[in-house]
Design a protein around this ligand. Sequence first.
Ligand code: M6R
Length: 608
Amino acid sequence: MCGIIGYAGHRPAVPVLIEGLSRLEYRGYDSAGVGFIQDGHLHIIKAEGRLSSLKAKLEKHPCLLAVNGIGHTRWATHGIPTERNAHPHLGGDGKLALIHNGIIENYQELKAELLEKGYDFQSETDTEVLAHLIAEGRKQQPDMLHAFAWALRRARGAYAVAMVSPEDPGTVFAARLAAPLILGVGTGEHFVASDIPAFLPYTRDVVFLQDGEIVRINDCSWQVLSLSDLSVIDKKIQTINWDMQVAQKNGYKHFMLKEIFEQPHVIEECLSGRINLKTGTVSLPELQNLPIPERLRIVACGTSFHAGLWGQYLLEQIAHIPTVCDIASEFRYRNPVIGNNEMTLVISQSGETADTLAALRLVHAQKKTVLGLCNVIGSSITREADAVIYTQAGPEISVASTKAMTSQMLVMALLALYYAQRKGIIDLQALNQAAKLLKNLPGILQEALPDMEKTAEKLAVQFSKAKDFFYLGRGHAYPLALEGALKLKELSYIHAEGYASGEMKHGPIALIDSAFPTFALAFDDDLFAKTKSNIEEVQARNGSVILLTDRDVNPEKGMHIWKIPSLYGPFTSFLALSAMQLFSYCMADYLGKDVDQPRNLAKSVTVE
Ligand code: M6R
């Protein structure tokens, strides 16, 4: 769960690396470091804390002559977040410097072997073990490339690594196994990085590296080789159509706010080519060669799990497909029984979440079909799934997921309509109505967002002293309640619990008093009256309530009514989700929290 970047070219390398790291900081931010070759010598500069600490240190260090190097931003797995444990790590007294994202599972046995050979360890990391192992390999192998491959063949676990060495001063070596690594192909310069935005200002031409591949770059060439025998692999360059603007804040105070306000556009992008208003049809060509599943199993983590749970309601109601929803970390260790005509849908923004990827592999091991729903092109899940639907939300930089969830929910809605249409169980009029509503959604949301932000700001001030929060919802509002609570806790560090409204009486209501507010979701549908009764039960115990609703409700004492525009049935969820995202955003910002990079979190959870 770290970010890595390597550069070989004609520009001063360190500023390129630092700029790249600033776009990878979402992957981890407890320490950072760079390694580069200057005057034939290896230089390593590292700092504990955010990238700004490293930048401050670099100001005192002349480094503008180096034209190749590596950079790392860390999310600690082995060893506490200190400068000593920050990357790069040296191998064999400065023969090489290595950065790493992932975990070397057999590092202890390798370390014991290296200790016996007299290697001295400066850190508690698994990465340093690999660095020394490469140095050891160099004693027996003809050159650095062979030594790099030799050591990696002995490593078990997951890695994306990059290395520089004074022995090969113009070259950066990199490799991947179960961790993302992308090659950026420029003119007179080349890059490797964990994610595309790291080098997007310089090139849009990329090569997605696969597990078991090594890449060697210098200023004028790149080459991909097989880890097993160093044979050359023929790879295709793909051109990415993202622009830098999407990876910048565009005048917003935080990426999260920008990403919330991007949602109308994301919905348009996600619907594009998938809904035909003239014929009233939904098309998902990615699925045309797959049979309609008799049962569907959705597996995901965090916010993606909530999107899946929301989708479960729609798939059962609209497409009549029995659906279950599983948390990936539970599913993978449960010995699940997967039926013959069951399809598994794995949902992941990053496409790299370790538990979700493991779930996919478990389903494949049982020779069953996996459909991926991902945002990041070329990510591990997209490469391993039998079919992939892309959410087309663009890069999500803020650690807290917002626009990705909206796009995931939208695809779930399309999926339900698509299967209902293929099964012939939805009439054309209903399909047309749903298609029109979805097409109108971007405009409705766009218009509503500024008012929602104002309401969220006011409520944030009023509720900023709360230490706890309940989020309540029923039906398709229940997954939204879970998501609302997750957003509040991850951003503001306020304890928040999402509950199905009907569960309150079974215990949680004991917590309600005047200091324990409730954020309730109740939409204009058959379940409104039921949720309203649950809200009254909260009020009867002096609990204050924020009621997010699309229905006209008479104000009552202790109740803050937050009215949002009404859409047909479950589609109001898209407005409700944005409102809750804004509430959490405003709370965190008002409380002075680090909105885009909350403590202890990382964007891509590539460890279990
Ligand atoms: O990349 P993924 O969608 O697989 O990530 C899953 C979760 O790690 C992610 O949604 C996480 O819960 C976010 N912090 C939520 O804001």
